[in-house]
Design a protein around this ligand. Structure first.
Ligand SMILES: C[S@@+](CC[C@H](N)C(=O)[O-])C[C@H]1O[C@@H](n2cnc3c(N)ncnc32)[C@H](O)[C@@H]1O
Length: 271
């Protein structure tokens, strides 16, 4: 794969950043989610992207790209992907982008109307100034371009626990409940969280409407941590499931506190 690597706001010398080894991308890497609502919603996202994106080559910006792409292979194969990430290790681990930029998505700016699709997946919860990020996205999208955001729901059980617990607890959870031995090491999740008010889906939608972005898909779904926990730690999962059911029974309406994450796809209006 031909790939360029650029330096944006950080003083890391380019020569010291080794190029990633090109990897054969397998569908499993895109759908490495346990069966459940999260996987179902991602499949729906894939079908919308396949149907709504223009035919032919695509320009895609992956903001906070890390090393996992959530794009359908049919889209990925005809795309030029530009990833911007603030973490040099994440940039090194990224094997699918053609252009990798070490930079801060709050301040990094592209020429206007450059991208058909912008993806920001599991990132906005880590950002102090989400408004700056979204303003940059609005500018960089082509008219009719799509913006896919995947994020935790701050009003869910897992969202509240994540928002109000210290970072060491997130590292402990990843290591001992999720079984990720390298959690918290450089370039490895979990990353520190901020939970700016715009991470809340209602606030995000209101902001989007004011910036000429139309919601074409929105789905809150059960966090993949639940099916993962049921498989890895059944006793803990049972306790949490019982607690979640009790909370759901006490809360008004059809609130499901297990809806820990959401997908939203926005379309930039205009011709
Ligand atoms: C939880 S990871 C998600 C990575 C990838 N999108 C995924 O879903 O696998 C969050 C990513 O956001 C990046 N990030 C956090 N703050 C950032 C910022 N201000 N600018 C660019 N990237 C940032 C982190 O370095 C990390 O790669």
């Amino acid at each position: 794969m031909n790939r360029s690597l650029a330096l944006a706001t950080r003083p890391a010398p380019l020569a010291e950043l080794p190029m990633p080894v090109p990897a054969e991308i397998h569908p499993e890497s895109l759908l490495a989610l346990p069966p459940g609502e999260a996987k179902q919603s991602l499949l729906t996202v894939h079908s919308i992207l396949e149907a709504r994106l223009p035919a032919g080559p695509l320009a895609i910006y992956e903001a906070g790209g890390g090393s996992t792409s959530y794009l359908p292979l049919g889209v990925l194969r005809r795309s030029h992907v530009t990833v911007v990430d603030i973490d040099a290790d994440q940039i090194r681990n990224n094997a699918y982008a053609q252009e990798a930029i070490l930079g801060d998505i709050q301040t990094y700016r592209f020429p206007p109307q450059r991208f058909d699709l912008i993806i920001c997946y599991n990132v906005i919860e880590h950002i102090p100034d989400v408004e700056a990020v979204l303003s940059g996205f609005c500018e960089a999208l082509k008219p009719n371009g799509l913006l896919l955001i995947g994020a935790p729901n701050p009003k869910s059980l897992s969202g509240i626990v994540t928002k109000y617990s210290p970072h060491w607890f997130h590292v402990w959870f990843y290591r001992h409940v999720r079984g990720e031995k390298h959690a918290g090491l450089p370039g490895e999740a979990p990353f520190p969280t901020h939970f700016h008010p715009l991470v809340t889906l209602g606030n995000l939608e209101a902001f989007a409407a004011g910036r000429g972005l139309q919601v074409i898909y929105r789905k809150k779904y059960e966090s993949p941590r639940y099916p993962e926990m049921r498989r890895r730690k059944p006793l803990l999962a049972t306790v949490i499931d019982v607690a979640a059911k009790a909370m759901n029974a006490l809360l008004p309406g059809k609130t499901d506190v297990r809806h820990g994450d959401y997908h939203v796809i926005l379309r930039k209006l205009g011709s």
